[in-house]
Design a protein around this ligand. Structure first.
Ligand SMILES: [Zn+2]
Ligand SMILES: [Zn+2]
Length: 107
């Protein structure tokens, strides 16, 4: 699997029962559907209904797992955390800094 951001080959790491793909270059992580919740211990689903509106989407990033494209989606209702989600396979790409924020968010 290639990183959707920098096209680097990602490596898989086993966390609990899941395999997460990490990018050695940008330190982002790719999570298949449902893995984010299990790995980071979230309480609910993504707030996909509240899409970023003020932000202009300048580029589409293609999904590393399917032919779909990733769309910026708010993870938290206070809109502090933004992830990139594929509407087709429901996979999620999380930037390095966002993973930390998500962990703090779920404390
Ligand atoms: Zn990368
Ligand atoms: Zn996809």
């Amino acid at each position: 699997m290639k990183c959707p951001k920098c096209n680097e080959t990602m490596y898989a790491k086993r966390i609990r029962e899941n395999e997460i793909n990490f990018c050695p270059s940008c330190k982002g992580a790719w999570l298949d559907k449902g893995e984010l919740a299990l790995t980071l211990g979230t309480v609910g689903d993504l707030h996909s209904s509240s899409e970023p509106k003020s932000e202009k989407i300048t580029q589409y990033v293609s999904c590393p797992a399917c032919p779909g494209v990733l769309r910026r989606t708010y993870y938290s209702s206070d809109q502090r955390i933004v992830v990139e989600k594929c509407d087709d396979c429901n996979g999620i790409f999380v930037d390095r800094g966002e993973i930390t924020k998500i962990k703090e968010f779920n404390k």
